[in-house]
Design a protein around this ligand. Structure first.
Ligand code: PEP
Length: 252
């Protein structure tokens, strides 16, 4: 089980430090649950320092697929590594929808993450319109295929997938446990076909979309749900800690 927090564009530096300290404390009883936080770029270094000596890992929210150069405003994989990041989110629906990130760009970011030893958290998920039209599996399959183009088995061993139905992100609306399980099983079987059972079966698939302390149990108890990517509820250490607590009940 892995519980990851996506702080998005929230928390200034003092708030980020305070939240990080709260998460560090909450994670003391996480046992075998892996805990990760993804703060804004400007707070990464400070949060990495707060987490030093604990098991809490830190990740970026995106990256640019070049090592360095004239790319004003962007942040590279080597930069993320240099402050102590272990993970990076790629293809979050907000990046796709608000910043026009294409499947090809998601693929380039994912390849770049692997190249520099960052574990990519690949986000996929359908819109409400696509679900209402019954196209959710086709959409997710196409996102997976495009994002993982050219990725080999060795790289896939270091990959996390997050199923985040767009209609459930930040809306308070959550996929039902059945909807989440059905899509996670579909993703797992696609990964098995693509990479073979030995690798595909081991790729953790996180659920994201309004996961909160009150609904974490019904989602995390599903067979193919291996953790959560949490936005809103990761901004309060007590809520995030409560979700971590729920996850401890599902570690082997
Ligand atoms: C997210 O942004 O990845 C997310 C799941 O947000 P929320 O939990 O707020 O829906």
């Amino acid at each position: 089980m892995l519980i990851a927090g996506n702080w998005k564009m929230n928390t200034d530096l003092p708030k980020a430090r305070a939240l990080a300290a709260g998460v560090r404390k909450a994670a003391e009883t996480a046992g075998d649950v892996e805990v990760l936080v993804c703060p804004p770029f400007v707070s990464l270094d400070a949060v990495c320092q707060v987490m030093r000596g604990s098991a809490v890992q830190v990740g970026g929210q995106t990256l640019y697929p070049e090592d360095s150069g004239a790319f004003t405003g962007e942040v590279s994989a080597p930069m993320l590594r240099s402050v102590g990041c272990s993970h990076v989110i790629v293809g979050h629906s907000e990046r796709r929808q608000l910043f026009g990130e294409t499947d090809e760009e998601v693929n380039a970011r994912l390849v770049q993450a692997h190249l520099h030893g960052l574990v990519p958290i690949l986000c996929v998920g359908e819109t409400l319109q696509e679900r209402n039209a019954g196209h959710q599996q086709t959409v997710v399959k196409e996102q997976l295929a495009a994002a993982l183009a050219g990725v080999d088995i060795a790289e896939a061993a270091d990959l996390l997938v997050a199923y985040e139905p767009v209609w459930a992100i930040g809306t308070g609306e959550t996929a039902s446990p059945e909807q989440a399980q059905a899509m996670h099983a579909f993703i797992r079987s696609w990964l098995n076909d693509r990479f073979g059972e030995t690798v595909g079966v081991d790729i953790a698939i996180l659920y994201g979309g309004s996961m909160k302390p009150h609904n974490a149990d019904e989602l995390l108890s599903q067979d193919d749900v291996d953790g959560g990517l949490i936005g809103g509820a990761s901004l309060k250490a007590s809520d995030f800690g409560a979700i971590i607590n729920v996850a401890t009940g599902y570690t082997a």
